[in-house]
Design a protein around this ligand. Structure first.
Ligand code: FAD
Ligand code: NAP
Length: 483
């Protein structure tokens, strides 16, 4: 099977090679590693501002778009519209999508430096932070990252099997990822089933017995990491009541005049919902069978086993925290000597994603969790750049990532135009990369191949009225791509 793929590939590569000899490839050869928003936006800037540049986008998976495909919540389909502009970019004759090729496995950084004038690392942050506290390896303690992957069809997460036969889920962390997973757990199944959500997740969620989701954060309402749109969705969620602890709001109302404008509406929403909820909400909540319970000022210190099933999580032990210093939106907290234990049958750790060095030659700052760089120029490696979450850390929405990637594009453009980066020496780019990959028997997935996978997914989604049914196995994706 592998051999026949390699042969088919070989044919494709021969075509590409003959194409590239008939059209001389002058100008800067750039490779971008990772096809998420950062990769696509930096590519857009380069092809727009450097008319003779060519960009090859290498992607670990056979499918493009990174967290737009595998992160963004199914019930936020409008966010995925950026895919339309990324598709146009990928279809530009000066751009080539090279799917199923992983930096650090199929190609090394050294290989790419040899082949391209500029190497741009935009491979995201695909690991998760852990607490490092006792009991963290108990069963049914999962990362939100993998739970998201499970409902969004990330290869490798399809068998996660979260046990949803439990009454209470503790989500640890209060960012927007935490709200996404809380919403997916609490939303009526009818509100999810027409979206791009995996069938295995829909089936498990439709049999879920989860009644309560606790959203636990170490700081207070003033410092909450989630944003207003996502908080409002939770408050208005059908058949679900939002329950705050009134004591968490001590002093918040009084501080309101000092709250910065962007956060004001969020804090108003939280205080109003906690202290004087609108009548229509109170009425709707009387009938609600599920509850969403944000809990502030609590920091996990241990996970405790279930009494009936000792291998499984049964509770989370939390230190009560208190704010340190003067009240502000950026205030930190310290643990006190008081503790609280909260029962839960499933715990989802949602305290952020984590980047890593995909290749041993990448200088990485483990403390900040980013590639060492200055304005996107990777430290000690001329011609190597980084952007998006692997360069900034795993924070920010797509618009922030776009801003960072455009800024990086300007840096690369400047370096090429002012000669800092010498693009006059001929570099072979994909011509040579194809040979290396052929030799390793790697099946390269082109953008046209991805379009075959895309169309198959859309067809599979039709019977259930979904925009697509994602294929979750890489081998199946490769089969479709290779046919
Ligand atoms: P990514 O999107 O992660 O892209 C990185 C790409 O690199 C991936 O395709 C990956 O497969 C590839 N890659 C990884 N390793 C390698 C390798 N070794 N070789 C080759 N390729 C590799 N923002 C919003 O605006 N709205 C939302 O609703 C929203 N929802 C989100 C939900 C979740 C769960 C998460 C985690 C984030 C969400 N965001 C949202 C934020 C948004 O997704 C990020 O800002 C953005 O995706 C970061 O882009 P990136 O290109 O840096 O990383
Ligand atoms: P995040 O916004 O940084 O939130 C992380 C949460 O984890 C915070 O509550 C943080 O608390 C907590 N935390 C971190 N380390 C901790 C520790 N050691 N102990 C206890 N708590 C800890 O991260 P995220 O939710 O993963 O989201 C990542 C980015 O993607 C964000 O910018 C987010 O807005 C974006 N995103 C957007 C959407 C959307 O637009 N709908 C959806 C999902 C994600 P502290 O604040 O106290 O540090």
């Amino acid at each position: 099977m592998k051999r026949s793929f390699a042969l088919k590939n070989c044919a494709r590569h021969i075509n590409l090679r003959s194409l590239s000899t008939s059209v001389p490839r002058h100008g800067p050869q750039v490779c971008v590693i990772g096809s998420g928003p950062a990769g696509f936006y930096v590519t857009q800037h380069i092809i727009k501002t450097l008319p003779d540049a060519k960009v090859d986008i290498y992607e670990k998976l056979p499918v493009p778009f990174g967290l737009v495909r595998f992160g963004v919540a199914p019930d936020h389909p409008e966010v995925k519209n950026v895919i339309n502009s990324f598709t146009k970019t990928a279809q530009n004759p000066r751009v080539r999508f090279v799917g199923n090729v992983s930096l650090g496995k199929d190609m090394s950084l050294k290989d790419l430096q040899e082949l391209y004038h500029a190497v741009v690392l935009t491979y995201g942050a695909a690991q998760d932070k852990t607490f490092g506290i006792p009991g963290e390896d108990l069963e049914n303690i999962l990362s939100a990252r993998r739970f998201v992957g499970w409902y969004n069809g990330q290869p490798g997460d399809e068998k996660l099997n979260p046990d949803l036969s439990v009454d209470t889920v503790a989500v640890l962390g209060q960012g927007n990822v935490a709200l996404d997973v809380a919403r997916v757990l609490l939303a009526p199944i009818d509100q999810l089933k027409s979206f791009d959500i995996t069938q295995h997740a829909l089936e498990a969620l439709s049999e879920s017995r989860v009644k309560r989701v606790l959203l636990i954060g170490r700081r207070g309402p003033l410092q909450a990491a989630f944003t207003i749109k996502e908080a409002r969705e939770m408050v208005k969620l059908e058949n679900c009541k939002t329950v705050f602890r009134l004591e968490d709001f001590k002093g918040v109302k009084e501080f309101m005049p000092n709250v910065s404008r962007p956060r004001k509406r969020l804090i108003e929403l939280l205080t109003q919902t906690a202290m004087e909820p609108k009548l229509e909400l109170v009425e709707a909540w009387k009938k609600a069978e599920r509850s969403f319970e944000p809990i502030f000022y609590r920091n996990p210190v241990a996970f405790l086993p279930s009494v009936s099933t000792p291998g499984k999580v049964g509770a989370v032990k939390l230190a009560v925290t208190k704010l340190n210093g003067e009240m502000s939106e950026t205030q930190s907290v310290i643990n006190t000597n008081e503790f609280e234990e909260l029962k839960c049958g499933l715990a989802l750790r949602s305290i952020g994603y984590k980047a890593f060095a995909a290749d041993p030659d990448i200088p990485f700052d483990p403390k900040q969790g980013i590639i060492k760089n200055s304005q996107g120029r990777v430290e000690g490696l001329p011609g190597v750049y980084c952007g998006g979450w692997v360069g900034t850390g795993p924070v920010g929405v797509i618009v922030n990532t776009m801003g960072n990637a455009f800024e990086l594009g300007r840096v690369i453009e400047g370096d090429i135009k002012d000669g800092t980066l010498n693009s006059n020496i001929r570099k072979p780019g994909f011509e040579e990369a194809a040979k290396i990959l052929d030799n390793k028997g790697v099946q390269v997935v082109s953008f046209k191949d991805w379009e075959k996978i895309d169309s198959e997914e859309q067809n599979r989604g039709k019977p259930s009225g979904k925009p697509r049914e994602k294929i979750t196995k890489v081998s199946e994706m490769l089969n479709i791509a290779g046919n």
